[in-house]
Design a binder for this molecule. Structure first.
Ligand code: NAD
Length: 504
């Protein structure tokens, strides 16, 4: 059933569909175009955080299984069954792949909602359309990728070929299980590589279906493989593998640093990293529309339960408008997002991904209280069985408190007052992260100066968290070294080869 056809679904419809999906769930590894068990038969449970119930016992890939998957990807790369296709034939397969995601939207939406608690309405409105758009955008570029002939002396012909890298290992997080995987595999496949994908162990199911759909679209066996398991076992085996040419990673900064070490310990594979953030929004005293700014602040931190790498978790507010900003945020923010059943299409706030994350986030909220920040609302869990945390707002936060420095990855906002733009920039940049930032001002000259001074890979002015596929997405500093989405992303899965030909 397509995304459009699912819009009218009721909560009961979704629950009935969820029961069917759970009965039919595929939990094995996907290697060389078919589902297989892990060699040693190992399994791990994936749990629905809204209910605490186990959805499935998923095959756990150890180093031997990763070897099998990498070998299948290497064979598929070496014999040219994918790379050697005419570019338009590769495009057609990717377009069909995108279409099949739409056709199979019900199952895909349910798998992520059950696995990590994301409201099913968000899957239909955000994640799945973005997956489709990403694959189509990357497919459009397949036959546009060019090398070049350079200007040399007459007796030399010098051309630069653009070639794929080979086997790409993709390691993805759980907060947008399908979309973050697609941001990796779509450009890698478009560039002609073969892929071994290791999804996050908290949400391992949807990517298995994704790989199956790639095969149904005509993707040759072995071109897209999926191995599930914990990061320290399956992820580490993939990142240390000597026959993997690149690791493309999205996840925490701490694990990103380990991925760099694995590359150094093994074959010096290329590494691209999309890591954590602690994004500031700078609300200057002259901002154009306080209501719009407050709405962007509320959505920027509570959407997707705050489990967003670029969540606007630090709200830097000019003292000139501070009290009015906080008053409006408190009035609307405490009710804008309400915890509920993620299978109810009316719900806009699901549980956190695991009960452990719920404990961790509530612990950080406690730290904020003890450090002297003022809790305006939230700070607790609702009376529901799952791993929920209510939307939370702290004011009176100092930028050296843990709630202002560490990525909470939950629905927790921290308001930090400032006096004037220079202090705002100093606070904004006083972090190890540099993923995104928002700047709010009606003075375009001032906003332009701040765009240059704030250290972040993506900056929004008088808006937050919007964009399209042309927009490079990635961070400065310890937020990573890569850019997803844009044309640069496809090119990062290629390498150039220079051929210098002496003609006489
Ligand atoms: P994580 O770092 O715990 O895990 C990410 C992936 O790495 C998972 O697949 C995990 O199994 C794997 N992994 C863990 N340890 C590993 C190891 N030792 N070797 C190899 N692989 C290992 O992150 P998470 O909790 O899944 O995701 C949340 C994090 O992701 C947040 O920090 C968030 O900011 C970040 N994120 C960043 C972006 C971005 O575009 N910059 C997007 C989404 C999420």
């Amino acid at each position: 059933m397509s995304i459009a056809a699912l819009a009218a679904r009721s909560r009961d419809d979704w629950h009935a569909a969820a029961r069917r999906a759970q009965d039919a769930v595929e939990s094995r590894l996907y290697i060389d175009g078919r589902f297989v068990d892990a060699a040693d038969g190992g399994r791990f449970d994936t749990v629905n955080p809204a209910t605490g119930e186990c959805i499935a016992a998923v095959a756990l890939a150890t180093a031997g299984d990763v070897d099998r998957a990498v070998a299948a990807a290497r064979r598929a790369y070496a014999d040219g069954r994918w790379t050697g296709l005419a570019p338009r034939a590769r495009m057609e397969i990717l377009y069909r792949f995108a279409d099949l995601i739409d056709t199979h939207a019900e199952r895909l939406a349910l798998l992520d909602t059950l696995d990590m608690g994301k409201p099913v309405a968000d899957m239909l409105a955000i994640d799945l359309p973005a997956c489709i758009e990403t694959i189509r955008f990357m497919a459009e570029y397949v036959d546009k990728m060019e090398g070049s002939v350079t200007n040399t002396e007459r007796d030399v012909m010098h051309f630069v070929l653009r070639e794929p890298l080979g086997v790409v290992g993709a390691i993805s997080p759980w907060n947008y299980p399908l979309l973050m995987a697609v941001w990796k595999i779509a450009p890698a496949l478009a560039a002609g590589n073969t892929v071994v994908l290791k999804p996050a162990e908290q949400a391992p199911l949807s990517c298995l279906r994704l790989a199956e759909l790639f095969s149904e679209a005509g993707g040759p066996d072995g071109v897209l493989n999926v191995v599930n398991g914990p990061g320290e076992i399956t992820g580490e085996a993939l990142a240390l593998h000597d026959d993997v040419d690149k690791i493309t990673f999205t996840g925490s900064t701490a694990v990103g640093k380990r991925i760099l070490q694995y590359a150094g310990q093994s074959n010096m594979k290329k590494v691209s990293l999309e890591c954590g953030g602690k994004s500031p929004q700078l609300f200057l005293g002259d901002l154009p529309d306080l209501d719009r700014a407050v709405s962007a602040a509320i959505n920027g931190i509570y959407a997707n339960m705050g489990e967003v790498c670029n969540a606007g978790s630090r709200l830097l507010v000019d003292r000139a408008i501070h009290d009015e900003f906080v008053a409006r945020f408190v009035e609307r923010g405490r009710t804008a997002y309400v915890c509920g059943d993620p299978l109810d299409p009316e719900t806009n706030l699901g549980p956190l991904v695991t009960a452990g994350d719920q404990r961790r986030v509530l612990g950080m909220i406690d730290d904020g209280r003890k450090a002297g920040a003022k809790l305006e609302f939230g700070g607790d869990a609702p009376d529901l069985p799952g791993a929920y945390v209510n939307p939370t707002l702290f004011t009176g936060v100092a930028n050296d408190m843990a709630i202002a420095r560490e990525e909470i990855f939950g629905p927790v906002a921290a308001v930090i007052p400032f006096d004037g733009p220079d202090e705002a920039v100093r606070i904004a940049n006083d972090t190890i992260y540099g993923l995104t930032a928002g700047i709010w001002s009606s003075d375009l000259n001032r906003a332009m100066r701040l765009v240059r001074e704030v250290q972040a890979g993506v900056i929004w002015v008088n808006t937050f968290d919007e964009g399209d596929m042309t927009q490079p997405f990635g961070g400065y500093k310890q937020s990573g070294n890569a850019r997803d989405k844009c044309i640069d992303s496809v090119l990062s899965y290629t390498q150039t080869k220079s051929a210098w030909i002496r003609l006489s």
